[in-house]
Write a protein that binds this ligand. Sequence first.
Ligand SMILES: NC(=O)C1=CN([C@@H]2O[C@H](COP(=O)(O)OP(=O)(O)OC[C@H]3O[C@@H](n4cnc5c(N)ncnc54)[C@H](OP(=O)(O)O)[C@@H]3O)[C@@H](O)[C@H]2O)C=CC1
Ligand SMILES: O=C(O)[C@@H]1CCC=N1
Length: 270
Amino acid sequence: MSFDSISKRGLVILGCGRMGGAILQGLLKGGLSAGAVWVIDPHPADWLQNAGVHLNTDLPANPAVVLVAVKPQMMADALPHLSAMAAGDTLFLTVAAGITMAGYERMLGADTRLVRAMPNTPAAIGRGVTAIVGNPKATAQDLDMAEELMTGVGQVVRLEYEDQMDAVIGVSGSGPAYVFHLIEVMAAAGEAEGLAPDLALQLAKATVGGAGELAERSDETPGKLRENVTSPGGTTAAALEVLMDPDTGMAPLMRRAVAANIARNRELGK
Ligand SMILES: NC(=O)C1=CN([C@@H]2O[C@H](COP(=O)(O)OP(=O)(O)OC[C@H]3O[C@@H](n4cnc5c(N)ncnc54)[C@H](OP(=O)(O)O)[C@@H]3O)[C@@H](O)[C@H]2O)C=CC1
Ligand SMILES: O=C(O)[C@@H]1CCC=N1
């Protein structure tokens, strides 16, 4: 990765918890110098205190990028302190759910160059997927910069419209939690059928991990991969009859879960 403008002007990270920390680690691994990073966080993790970044000190006046990774509920307290930076050509790159471009522009000013990004927690192992979208003030170079930064923690996709961000959060931003829950319930079902807890969990984790990797690497669709497991009249077919029931199966359940996610996301943005 090339971090020319960040190396010269600096990267400020507002909030360096799970997501801000994962992105910072990806960037440092990708070759960004810790000396080019300023972090603001009230309770920095141990690794962060030894990472060589500037921690809770005076900030550069005109950094190349401010990465905003505080919780949406903290935004109105934390962000306006940095509004002077928005008057220049600093790019604000935010990963927060809920808050819209219009909300940021109210806090920072209408001329702010802004990119909203939605990563997910596999970012911690470089296997995240992030969707990005810019406001009208964000330039093509700003979007390239945002893409380059987020590529440090996995794949990046670009959205055409900000409205698409709600569905992205519902599918991929929060999605790892659904998959972790799938692991939990598969293991619990195995336990209920007599497997030892450790064994049930090992089987569930390896199955979800292996199937996910196969789905990503294979040229076949997930539907075809599912059919490949399903012998006619066999055991998988019996289970899928339950899971694919149009009224009580996974499809209507997932539809409701994603709708609840989006409704909460819109509440957080108010
Ligand atoms: N976790 C996820 O899966 C994803 C999260 N996001 C978004 O990322 C953002 C951060 O989430 P996540 O990393 O999970 O949350 P964390 O709570 O792990 O991180 C937020 C960090 O911000 C710190 N903080 C609190 N107040 C301030 C402040 N005034 N100034 C600077 N830092 C402050 C917190 O410190 P302290 O803990 O001491 O309060 C914490 O270290 C959220 O907006 C969320 O919507 C986006 C995609 C996925
Ligand atoms: O739960 C949340 O609000 C955040 C946004 C996406 C994943 N975690």
